[in-house]
Design a protein around this ligand. Sequence first.
Ligand code: ZN
Ligand code: CU
Length: 486
Amino acid sequence: MASYDIVIRNGQVADGTGKKLFAADVALRGDRIAAVEAPGTLKGDNEIDARGKVVAPGFIDVHTHDDTALIDNPTMAMKASQGVTTVVCGNCGLSAAPYLRSDIGHFMSLMVKKPENTSKSFAEFAGKVDAARPAINGAFLIGHATLRLNTMGDDLGRTATAGEIATMRDLLDQSLEQGAIGMSSGLFYAAANAASTDEVADVARPLGKWGGVYTAHMRDEGDDILKAMDETFEIGRRAGASIIVSHHKCSGRSNFGRMKETLPKFSEAMKQQEIAFDVYPYVAGSTILRSDMLERAEKVLITWSDKVPGMGGRDLKEIAAEMGCSMREAADRIQPAGAIYFMMDEKDVQSAMAHPGAMIGSDGIPFDVHPHPRLWGTFPRVLGHYSRELKLFPLEDAVRRMTSYSAQRFGLAKRGEVKPGFYADICVFDPATVIDTATFEKPISAAKGIDVVLCNGAVVWRDGKPGRGRAGRALRRQDLQKEAKA
Ligand code: ZN
Ligand code: CU
């Protein structure tokens, strides 16, 4: 009998493909899965008893803003504690590279705490991530808004000139060559809202050449969502890229129930081109504080304010009452700040999550003082609340939407399945107890029922604590594409 580094014994394997649970031992050697065999047949130097537990691929958080959190906070407890072993960074038009400026404005502050963690080139940035030895892997998109900040200075309230488009396109081209996996846009945000469809499609052209993906925080997720979907699909088509629509939602009470329009539109478009979307399992969103979003929300909670400390976790309505002014005025007084907006319909969230094109992404914001609970709770919440309690989909399918489907859509070769030859990214969890514990009141709280998490064969979470494993790495496009062929 061959001996392995680690054998995870007697568990029920959810292999990531959606296949029914089966009993097996899973053997790891170095950073790879070496064997998946009948229970009791494999021997290892170290053994993990998984009786009564599920052995799944490590989860892939496809929508994050963890670019520089991987450097500042390399144990990545908020993600490892959920069973996440890879984060896709650079979403919503924002990335830490290539960044040619030294100032960090309100928008960039969503994902950068220390300016020195940004980099002028993607190659240099990926090197910084590797040097930080993060517990988990990162894959990186280049933000279209970041390209605009580099190229257009602060004159962002217009569409880019032909010369600026060419400069942004070159920056994207170089970054993809150096290992970024695609481009994101966030046309919803002021830094990019004035960009025309042509601008984004022209900047995105290198995606086709390098096999990069295009992810979109669409221009509109409310009244004009159908138009915004058409625009997104057009950009992907013109760039020759597969598309992932970010955090799909129908926002604002007047749009509740409109998944009945958007989901069939996705299904139709998925027949013509490569399209998928990510969803987080909550009825509230979170981003910077914007006064134009106040009316749309049922309730607004502040996540941080640099100007007025102590605002994190407080209801903006109460703050306004205390100040004796309108919510809009109160918002102005505490800016720059971040907020949580309750603006979705629970039924919509569920139907989006259960659609064939849906995968799970947290959209957690790592540096907020009082973050949205999705930062610590997303994956266990899908498993425990939506799959086990509400039976929205079987456990195997929930796991598939967090692993193999995500890996395929983002080109993360040899990740997302429990299969010999794949990387040893593993989450062992208790299907009977797994659940999120992070709430809007107490958002920084590790989930229950996540037993052991390994990334590239190293333990990164065990018994409610970070493990010592620091084997995560920056996943570069060229390496992923080589692996895909191997
Ligand atoms: Zn977004
Ligand atoms: Cu986002």
